[in-house]
Design a protein around this ligand. Sequence first.
Ligand code: DAK
Length: 255
Amino acid sequence: MPPVLTETHDHVGLIRINRPERLNALNSDVIRRIVEAAEAFDADPDIRVIVLTGNEKAFAAGADIQELAESDVVQQLLSDRLTLWQRFQAVKIPIIAAVSGWCLGGGNELAMACDMIIASETARFGQPEINLGIMPGAGGTQRLVRAVGKAVAMEMALNSRFLTAYEALDYHLVNRVVPVELYLEEAMNLAASIARRAPLSVRHIKEAINQAFEAPLSQGLLDERRLFYLLFATEDMREGVRAFLEKRQPRWQGR
Ligand code: DAK
């Protein structure tokens, strides 16, 4: 079985990390396949939202420690892993992480690189890289702070504190927590609901909200306005307001 599987469900693309014998540890091949699958869905006009998941026991227990053991600084510097993460971030349609079980190290960084996280009650979130004498290297010291705040991020990265699913909810790392039997269904339902909305609005909203993490407020507001104005040039905007005034459901064309 390949280590990354894909399926489509109407307008939703599902990516499953599939290395159960290694708790879905992320080696270079797996990361590359995830990124390529996400890019392929992004380029497919029929797909409007992506769900990324693992299995009940593990979303991903971090980078593959076997591979790390064989790596040195030159290999790290020459590897294209950083570029792969940047390509994942550049995906324009929303990505929802459906997380159950272990979500550690690079696994947590991957979940945080998604746009929303649906967690099962059994999910455990952590940045345990310090136990290996390294540190988070794909957003664990940056995105985590923006999600949970400095104090909790420090404890997670400095002292390998794992968060339960409900702690992650309290600290705004995840959108919601559901029973383990339902986490994927919940994520797929959320994805399907977003997929029914005006596709260009969805893309612009994702871009604008992500700008809030990149740019100062004044720049972010300018970018938001530019994206807002652009939507006035779309047929979907005409259709949306007309449908409201005519008291009917809009029919989105994505143009
Ligand atoms: N890598 C490789 N194998 C792993 C693994 C991992 N991260 N996690 C688990 N496994 C393997 C175990 O070795 C075991 O294999 P066998 O002994 O059966 O052959 C099997 O999966 C089942 O695991 P356990 O027997 O340990 O299962 P338990 O339920 O007892 O414990 C656990 C679950 C998740 C607490 C434990 O497995 C664990 O502590 N795993 C390691 C977690 C960890 O330290 N993760 C952080 C890795 S460092 C980069 C960006 C990011 C990163 C790196 C580079 N660049 C931009 C270049 C990220 C780094 C990391 O994530």
